[in-house]
Design a protein around this ligand. Structure first.
Ligand SMILES: O=C(O)C1=C[C@@H](OP(=O)(O)O)[C@@H](O)[C@H](O)C1
Ligand SMILES: C=C(OP(=O)(O)O)C(=O)O
Length: 442
């Protein structure tokens, strides 16, 4: 089934930062280091802003999403200073005087800022106005807005979307809360991360279909527990956070494994051999799921103290994968499916319609334009590996569309990635790292 495309961004706007994706011209063999995790950096920053004492977040990711988080927390009263490759964070004083002009927060297109900051903002008791990019204004927000309203906040938001205003004196007491978190795990993470500062803590229950991107909820639970917060999940999708501030943190951010997946994919796409250095042995990052995904495509995967080594197969096998728990890997997986021998089914990804762009629609459109046979279903994509042709690969302001385009470009001449700069959302140095990977031997 093909769906009508009703939400295509205006592609007639002049593109900036076009990038001709380099062709591999042979097997890709490289060692790669990637910067820190977006999801961990932004969780640590929220916890540090709530903590009982000063924190250090070392090896933080410098990217648009994390800088927006730093700016948001600074505006809300945290003091954040860059010291070498670390951030030193002095927490928000929640007992501070509440008068003052409204605070404005730019969420950009960052789901972690849009969904993690409002609970914390409401807990400050200040008037806070949150807005973001045009595409952020269609990302789902109603669950967070309803939840905060039920906890005592007063919020104005037309159509329950950004922009929104949290009115002053919105102190949150916490308590029992039932939500429908089937559209985004970030609704759960956002409520749980600020719960320690609420006098009653939170008991949060998901009453919707199961929560997508489960790995990210596990990450939230782990960072809270590591900071000394009493957090439990006594039964599936019911979480309890007891009141009590997190300890000051001194943490080192792991490499971003979802960003790393794009580099590993280069080994898969070229029968190559790529090692991502410092891949952690234990992690809650969704990107760790790429190890089994790579094996499903036929790769040989080895994880040791050095990192993750992936040796691509001679011929990529088509895959049947439920990506609901690791949805953010979908654009990279879809690019590989387009190079595979046969038809792949990527299922459980309906919630990606509320990501940076409607990713199912964007992937169907762009893959189709370069010769790939794609069927778009409400919650799945069916992709048949095909002979690619060059052309313009539109990116819809989606960093992961840039990464997907780069993987495809390894195998086809003349693929121009439009607005490649948008990759700065999580990896500003992506194109440099990519070109270095192609030129460097092990
Ligand atoms: O909490 C997080 O850090 C994230 C949660 C996921 O969101 P969804 O549950 O909306 O997919 C993921 O896709 C996003 O990239 C980051
Ligand atoms: C969905 C993503 O980001 P966000 O944190 O903006 O939701 C992503 O990085 O793939």
């Amino acid at each position: 089934m093909r769906l009508a495309l009703t939400d295509t961004p205006d592609l007639s706007a002049p593109a900036t930062g076009d990038w001709l994706a380099p062709v591999a011209g042979g097997v890709v063999t490289a060692n790669v280091s990637v910067p820190g995790s977006k999801s961990l950096t932004n969780r640590y920053l929220i916890l540090a802003a709530l903590a009982e004492s000063e924190s250090f977040v070392r090896g933080w990711l410098r990217s648009r999403d994390t800088r927006l988080m730093v700016e948001a927390l600074t505006a809300l009263g945290a003091d954040i200073e860059e010291v070498d490759d670390s951030l030193r964070i002095t927490p928000i004083d929640f007992s501070a005087h509440l008068d003052g002009p409204p605070i404005t927060v730019d969420c950009g297109l960052a789901g972690t800022v849009m969904r993690f900051v409002p609970p914390l903002a409401a807990a400050t008791g200040r008037e806070v106005v949150l807005d973001g990019d045009e595409q952020a204004r269609v990302r789902p927000m109603s669950v967070i807005i309803d939840a905060l309203t039920r906890l005592g906040a007063s919020i104005t938001a037309e159509n329950n979307l950004l922009p929104m205003t949290i009115h002053a004196q919105s102190h949150l007491r916490g308590g029992h809360l039932e939500i429908d978190a089937s559209a985004s795990s970030q609704f759960v993470s956002g409520m749980l991360l600020t719960a320690p500062v609420m006098p009653l803590g939170i008991e949060l229950v998901n009453r919707g279909e199961s929560v997508p991107s489960r790995a990210h909820v596990d990450m939230t639970l782990e960072v809270l527990a590591d900071a000394g917060v009493d957090v439990t999940e006594p039964e599936p999708e019911r979480w309890i956070v007891e009141p009590g501030l997190p300890r000051g943190l001194d943490v080192h951010v792991e490499p971003d494994l979802s960003n790393a997946a794009a580099f590993v994919a280069a080994a898969l796409a070229t029968n190559g051999d790529v090692t991502v250095l410092d891949w952690p042995a234990h992690t809650t990052q969704a990107g760790d799921g790429f190890r089994t995904i790579a094996e499903a495509f036929g790769a040989t995967v080895t994880l040791d103290r050095n990192g993750l080594r992936v040796q691509g197969p001679e011929v990529l096998r088509a895959v049947d994968l439920d990506l609901s728990a690791v949805g953010e890997l979908t654009p990279v997986v879809a690019a590989l499916a387009a190079l595979a021998d046969g038809t792949s089914n990527l299922t459980g990804i309906g919630h990606l319609r509320g990501h940076e762009t409607d990713r199912l629609s964007a992937l169907r459109r762009e893959l189709g334009a370069i010769g790939v046979d794609v069927d778009e279903h409400p919650t799945a994509l069916t992709i048949t590996g095909s002979q690619l042709r060059g052309g313009t690969w539109h990116t819809y302001n989606d960093h992961r569309m840039v990464m997907a385009g780069a993987i495809l470009g390894l195998n086809v001449d003349g693929l121009v990635i439009e607005n490649a700069d948008t990759v700065a959302k999580t990896l500003p140095e992506f194109t440099q790292l990519w070109e270095a990977m192609l030129n460097r031997g092990v």
